[in-house]
Design a protein around this ligand. Structure first.
Ligand SMILES: *Cc1c(COP(=O)(O)O)cnc(C)c1O
Length: 378
């Protein structure tokens, strides 16, 4: 028996009747194309306390589309961190902008404020902080800096759905907040999906257009005088990155149990933090004004490779999200940022490993993970 990092089949079976009904409903309605999407966008914005939600087909697309809608492109610099999913950096670079990495805080593992301040140049257009593993970056401070320097903040909250700062959920702080509904994220679709939240109605409309060929979804209604062809009237170029309606229907089912999902993760994280205390492991820390989303429970140890191998032999899966850091990836070798460029991010990435967490994990399984770790480390 292997204790797994994720188990989609088990999560499907827990709510099989609801999922089946949701998917069949979309098929039987002949792909209305809008009904489930609109309903999900309203419910998701509501759940997060945000004004506008624009669904897209991945977390990667959400970052790229938010930046494009803000006018970021060739010649611009966008500041982010190197200890993240490649999607954060590749989404920036695919707008034509240059991704400028800065080092992170060793405790929260999110963007260092000092490093951010020194990296801002006249070419900087936006900051993309990453809420690493579900611990929000220092968003209020980053927003203050951004306001002073006239920069946009596109928050990569792909791991932080439900996290709070001063008891307010992430999603309504930044210029745009990006989420992923990748299967393994805690609001996981049965495929791919993403969403951008914003308080800016015009930005929402631009993002919506960009995600669907550049057409305004309301265009044919507003410009009736142009006749039928108005539907193909383009004022801008867009992408084809919309969320699939079947995924929206599935996400609406999952959204109903998201509070419970988060409560489970918070309980499991508290159990790990109390029962692993005292072992030679660095446990994840949380700032006092933060409620963590616990998408990942990521510990650090010097001999993590040996620990992971021994745990695997005892039937416990772990993972390595994310390592190596971006500046040491082959794809970015030409940028010539060698080892030592971002020492804190490098240290974190060389020592981290994630433990199983989430609603698929039973209490007995979590006990076995803890027991295995004790055996390996004592
Ligand atoms: C998952 C993830 C993304 C990308 O989301 P996809 O839906 O897989 O495209 C971006 N940033 C971070 C931090 C992520 O964890």
């Amino acid at each position: 028996m292997t204790i797994r990092m994720s188990n989609h089949k088990k999560l499907y079976e827990l709510q099989k009747a609801e999922f089946d009904r949701a998917v069949l409903g979309v098929l039987e309605n002949g792909f209305d194309g809008e009904a489930e999407i609109g309903a999900f966008e309203r419910e998701f914005a509501n759940w997060n306390g945000a004004s506008y939600a624009v669904t897209v087909n991945s977390g990667t697309a959400s970052i790229r589309i938010a930046l494009l809608a803000l006018g970021v492109g060739h010649g611009d610099e966008v500041i982010t961190v190197p200890n993240t999913d490649i999607c954060t950096t590749s989404a920036i670079r695919q707008t034509g902008a240059h991704a400028v990495w800065v080092d992170v805080d060793p405790v929260t593992r999110t963007m260092s404020i000092d490093a951010l301040q020194t990296a801002i140049t006249p070419r900087t257009r936006a900051i993309v902080p990453v809420d690493m593993f579900g611990h929000p970056a220092e968003i209020p401070t980053i927003l203050d800096i951004a306001r002073r320097c006239n920069l946009a903040v596109v928050e990569d909250a792909c791991l932080a759905l439900g996290a709070t700062i001063d008891a307010r959920k992430v999603g309504s702080f930044a210029t745009a907040t990006c989420f992923s509904f990748g299967q393994k994220k805690h609001l996981g679709s049965f495929g791919s999906g993403g969403c951008i939240l914003t308080e800016d109605a015009e930005l929402a409309e631009r993002m919506r257009k960009l995600s669907g060929y550049g057409e305004a979804r309301s265009y044919s209604k507003n410009k009736v005088s142009l006749g039928k062809e108005a539907f193909f009237w383009h004022e801008t170029e867009g992408l084809n990155e919309r969320l699939h309606e079947i995924q929206a229907a599935i996400l609406r089912v999952k959204l109903r149990s998201l509070d419970q999902n988060l409560a489970t993760r918070r309980r499991q994280a508290a159990t790990y933090s109390s029962l692993l205390d005292g072992l030679p492991l660095s446990l994840p820390q949380c700032r006092p004004n933060i409620e963590h989303a616990w998408r990942n429970y990521v510990v650090e140890a010097d001999d993590r490779d040996r620990i992971r191998e021994t745990l695997a032999a005892l039937g416990v899966q772990t993972n390595l999200s994310y390592t190596p850091p971006m500046h040491l990836q082959p794809v970015y070798a030409y940028l010539d940022r060698g080892p030592g460029s971002y020492p804190i991010a490098e240290r974190i990435c060389s020592r981290l490993f994630g433990l199983p967490i989430g609603p698929h994990l039973s209490d007995d399984e979590q006990d076995s993970v803890i027991e295995a770790l004790r055996k390996v480390l004592q």
